[in-house]
Design a protein around this ligand. Structure first.
Ligand code: ZN
Length: 239
């Protein structure tokens, strides 16, 4: 199967549209959570995902928007955005978010938002954090989001792998890996373009991709609905 893996869309409709337009034809879209929160177009992003064959797991911002996590656990700007998102969601979109599982196993892949160990909240930013999560899933490959930073971690004892390069096809080695495609709607690795991953589960290859999008459109939409300025300005910088 040919799969587009997306994470942390965060209600950024312009970024999600650009990523979808950049897909070559895929069989399914796998979404690693945080479809909403921060951005101005939560309903549009859920609609866009629902129009495609997809699998999706829940993220912390998805749960915040449906009242399943206390907003005191979020920083003030994120909590304000979650409150705005909660008031904005249609009833059917709220039910969609309520129905998202915490993890999903598809063939040789396990999908989680944060980590296989603590799917909703844990960040995998270091090889040590990744090592702690390998015992908590049973497929060869784990796919996570949440950090908004593209990454690849090898199970301890596996081969040393060079960090994957953008737009170049890399073989999925048979050792166990945790991969993070980076964020569609709010990249935090210093480059403001939208990120996603193309995965070929038959050829066992993957490719990190980045796509320019109309950042100013999203920023104008955010300003128009009064979302916090810090969330608006950071999109220009990708942090
Ligand atoms: Zn996120």
């Amino acid at each position: 199967m040919r799969i587009a893996v997306v994470a942390d869309v965060h209600g950024n409709g312009a970024a999600f549209q650009a990523v979808i337009a950049a897909f070559e034809p895929v069989d399914e879209v796998w979404c690693l959570g945080d479809l909403v929160g921060y951005g101005p177009a939560p309903d549009e992003c859920i609609d866009l995902l629902q129009q495609m064959a997809h699998r999706c797991v829940a993220g912390n911002h998805d749960w915040a928007a449906i009242g399943r996590l206390p907003l005191e656990d979020f920083n003030p700007a994120a909590a304000a955005a979650a409150r705005w998102t909660a008031g904005r969601l249609s009833e059917s979109h709220r039910r969609f978010l309520e129905g998202l599982p915490e993890t999903a196993e598809i063939g040789d892949f396990t999908l989680a938002h944060g980590s296989p160990r603590h799917p909703i909240w844990e960040y995998i930013l270091t090889p040590g954090a990744a090592a702690a999560s390998f015992p908590y899933f049973f497929t060869t490959y784990g796919l996570v989001g949440h950090t908004h930073v593209p990454a690849l971690f090898v199970e301890p004892g596996g081969p040393a792998l060079a960090p994957p390069e953008y737009d170049s096809t890399t073989a999925l080695v048979p050792s166990r890996l945790i991969l993070n495609p980076g964020s569609v709607g709010q990249p935090r690795d210093g480059f403001p373009e939208a990120r996603y991953m193309f995965l070929d589960t038959k050829r066992l290859t993957f490719e990190y991709r980045h796509v320019p999008y109309d950042i100013e459109r999203t920023q104008a939409e955010m300003a128009a609905v009064g979302l916090p300025p810090i969330l608006i300005s950071r999109l220009s910088h990708g942090w």
